[in-house]
Design a protein around this ligand. Sequence first.
Ligand code: BJW
Ligand code: ZN
Length: 249
Amino acid sequence: MNGALLEKARQWLEAARSVAALTGAGISAESGVPTFRGPGGLWRRYRPEELATPEAFRRDPRLVWEWYDWRRQRIAQARPNAGHEALVRLEATKPRFTLITQNVDGLHERAGSRRVVKLHGDIWMVRCVVCGRERRDERAPLPELPPRCECGGLLRPGVVWFGEALPPAAWEQAEEAARQAEVFLVVGTSAVVYPAAGLIPLAQASGARVIEVNAEQTPYSSRLDCSLRGLAGEILPALIPPAGYRQTG
Ligand code: BJW
Ligand code: ZN
């Protein structure tokens, strides 16, 4: 890790009054929640692009539910990590802060983040494909796959699949936060899924300094003000030290 780069990013964050963060699966990796792409991104022999679609659900709802049930069990056992906790501290010190997440695992809320904009839904919500009724169901594993609504219709996970629109209110808040941010922090996302990844160039074009924290390069790394290579659970606590902690250089 380049110490000078980290220190520059820490100072930008400290000085900014308006901050937004965009997180992806990488921030939960150290909590034991599998990412979508890269090593460990496969479930059985399927890629996420083959399971996270309305077509896959229509073809084989049980298969898709088996994947979600497996992930729900992993998430139920997971605890927020030092990366999630650092973002809770950041929120507490900023007059304007928005945490935009692509994650459906709820670990930001469990860590204590308050203003969380969820672009891709929530894995603990279920929605009836017939009557549209939606409710929270935190049972993991579910007693019956695929689960059914009282009306007899199939229930689906309350998440956003490929080809589906993002929740309009969440998307508006995300765009607004990206436009307003003085510093835009991008953590643990491969930045290949749109429109979420488009928030990065939007923030940059709107004048934000963009800081990326990722274990690997992404398509945006070379275009950003500051790209920090490493684990979110290690870099975020260094970028956002606890109150009373004095940087010694
Ligand atoms: C670490 C780490 C550690 C690991 N520390 N780092 C161009 C423009 C606009 C759209 C498109 C476009 N081209 C194609 C599209 C369509 C499509 C899309 O983007 N496809 C691309 C794949 C090509 N987009 C859509 O379909 C979206 N909808 C849409 O466009 O609607 C249009 C519309 C409008 C009006 C009406 C109707 C339609 C919807 C996208 C939904 C994505 N859904 C999923 C599943 C959610 C539910 C679930 O969880 O099951 O969202 S797919 C999956 O990918 C999930 C994630 O949120 C998303 C992003 O993944 P993420 O978080 O980046 O994870 P990974 O695994 O990819 O990366 C992890 C990263 O962490 C890596 O970089 C690691 O290096 C790093 N890492 N450990 C730090 N410890
Ligand atoms: Zn129903």
